[in-house]
Unconditional design. Structure first.
Length: 555
């Protein structure tokens, strides 16, 4: 172990200033490493010599730093005291503490082989994940502004001039091959920390879009956009989480792939990593197809699935019957509907809040259709139009307002060479809408559970939806600016790791009795800043007081 004095350069007002630090050099299995023991500020020559002599002594003590050096007194001009280099400290510090809680630094150090890189890849990976958690932005923005504006140079020990966009991009390439190993490590560590059970797995799919053509990425395709950007290419992301929303793994699919075609792939991927345990898969109705149900039944897989709205018609008599409903809470009832000769059970659910929402939607679309039909009638009276033209206009109207299209019977006829429109409300469909609004059907092959238990297990799918909201709002997973497949995959991996930190904080907050919403706590801690205090003296010199916060760069 060797200790020495090293200058630390800071650019201020266009000038380069040198400050001094006491640095310790030591050996590890991965080679020599350095860490800052103390910051000395703008130490004068006599003090630097004393520090160096004391550091090199075999049995140096704190007092040795100042032996044989005369005390020096200066007068500080308090009117000119100022602060400089204000840096975000709380968020990066908290994020790094969460990484250590999950043993991510040690895992990355053991998983990523050492090479001839000047800055270790695990440290650069920490930069990407922490910046995604604290201040999501592009790699170029991190290199040019984000990293230097935070306390990460002090916490990680990487000078700002060593963090550039090229090094960050190469870090993405180095990190991506360890995706599956990272997922396994996090699953084990999270299970140990929070005593998680992975008996119920929730699966859902979302999409995220690209800026640019992404011509070098075959997965970038146009498809159904959850981001209301059908003009942009996209990829689909399938995420598997536990019943409390803790992420277990994810896969990236082509942007034009239907949700139901991803089920077999994701189930086999999870089982290949963690084995085929006695799990229950919960998925919404977008995943349901007879092929998928048949696949899930294989090898005794259990499931709770949503079903298409059209299946409700089959259970109309159960909906009308007032008996056998089980009340879960005010405004929510469920009923088991066993099927003779089938090993499945269907769960009929009725929600008052959902019913009011669907009624309002139907009323809004019906009103739009009715208003436009009245206008079309007036146009037909004042201007001669052909039947094909009017029918095309009606078709476009019903397409734009499909939620209310079946509530009307519309006929286009010809009288005196003019097209005329006659319409009326379909009473049968309106009565069915009144009965079915707020109702939905679940299907399962799980036995021995009550209707309430099955419903509560299925409703945990909101945890997966919540995960997508965090990814898109707090972690800015969209839009994706990378154009190649590998960089896109690595970008999503970094977002996934940042989300794991987010969920870890949520679990810690819940354990401490602080609720289950970490956003406010994170924002409060993120307000903590690190600053340099400059003390101008009467003789023209300046004393700079650097922050003495906890150093955590020894990863």
């Amino acid at each position: 172990m060797v200790m020495y004095i090293r200058p630390v350069y800071v650019r201020k007002n266009g000038k380069r200033h040198a400050y001094w630090a006491l640095v310790e050099s030591y050996r590890t299995d991965r080679g020599p490493r350095q860490r800052v023991v103390a910051y000395l500020g703008q130490a004068e020559k006599a003090r630097r010599k004393g520090v160096r002599r004391a550091a090199q002594a075999a049995e140096a003590t704190q007092g040795d730093l100042y032996d044989d050096i005369a005390a020096e007194w200066v007068e500080v001009d308090t009117k000119r005291v100022r602060s400089e280099r204000v840096r975000a400290f709380g968020g990066p510090w908290l994020g790094l503490a969460l990484m250590k809680q999950l043993d991510l630094p040690s895992f990355l150090n053991s998983a990523i082989p050492t090479g001839r890189e000047e800055i270790e890849w695990p440290l650069m990976a920490a930069v990407l994940v922490l910046c995604r958690l604290c201040d999501p932005s592009s790699e170029l923005s991190i290199a040019e502004h984000g990293y230097g504006a935070s306390a990460l140079p002090d916490l990680l020990g990487i000078p700002p001039d060593k963090v550039n966009d090229d090094r960050l991009y190469r870090t993405l390439d180095v990190l991506l091959p360890h995706k599956q190993a990272l997922e396994k490590h996090l699953k084990t560590k999270l299970g140990e920390l929070f005593h998680l059970k992975y008996d119920l797995l929730l699966y859902d799919v979302t999409s995220t879009y690209f800026e640019g053509e992404a011509a070098a990425n075959p997965l970038a395709q146009r498809g159904y956009s959850r981001d209301s950007r059908p003009d942009c290419k996209q990829v689909c992301i399938g995420l598997v989480v536990s019943r409390c929303g803790m992420p277990l793994g994810y896969e990236v699919f082509a942007g034009n792939r239907h949700d139901s075609t991803t089920v077999e792939h994701i189930v086999q991927a999870i089982e290949s990593r963690y084995g085929q345990a006695d799990r229950i898969w919960a998925m919404d109705r977008g995943m349901v197809s007879e092929d998928n149900v048949h696949f899930l039944r294989q090898s005794g897989r259990r499931y709770i699935l949503g079903t298409p709205k059209s299946l409700l018609k089959k259970y109309e008599q159960h909906m009308v019957a007032a008996t056998d409903w089980q009340r879960i809470r005010d405004g929510l009832e469920v009923k088991l509907c066993p099927v003779t000769g089938c090993n499945e059970t269907f769960i009929l659910c009725r929600s008052r809040e959902r019913g009011e929402k669907e009624k309002a939607i139907h009323a809004r679309f019906a009103q739009r259709i009715e208003q436009q039909l009245v206008k079309m009638q007036q146009t037909c009276r004042t201007r001669k139009q052909t039947i094909p033209v009017v029918e095309r206009r009606i078709g476009r109207l019903l397409e734009r307002n499909s939620r209310g299209a079946n509530l009307f019977d519309i006929r286009v006829t010809q009288s005196d060479g003019r097209a005329t429109i006659e319409w009326s409300k379909n009473e049968t469909q309106n009565e069915w809408a009144d009965l079915s609004d707020g109702c939905y059907i679940l299907r399962t092959n799980v036995t021995g559970w009550t209707a309430q238990e099955l419903w509560q297990a299925y409703i945990q799918l909101t945890q997966a939806e919540h995960a997508f909201r965090i990814h898109k709002s707090d972690l800015d997973i969209r839009p994706i600016w990378h154009q190649t497949a590998g960089r896109v995959q690595a970008h999503i991996l970094v977002c996934f790791l940042a989300y794991v930190l987010w969920k870890t904080l949520e679990q810690l907050c819940r354990r401490a009795g602080l609720g289950d919403e970490p956003r406010r706590i994170f924002s409060e801690i993120a307000n903590v800043r690190s600053v340099d205090i400059v003390l101008p003296t009467r003789d023209g010199r300046e004393i700079r007081k650097l922050p003495s916060h906890l150093k955590m760069h020894d990863m």
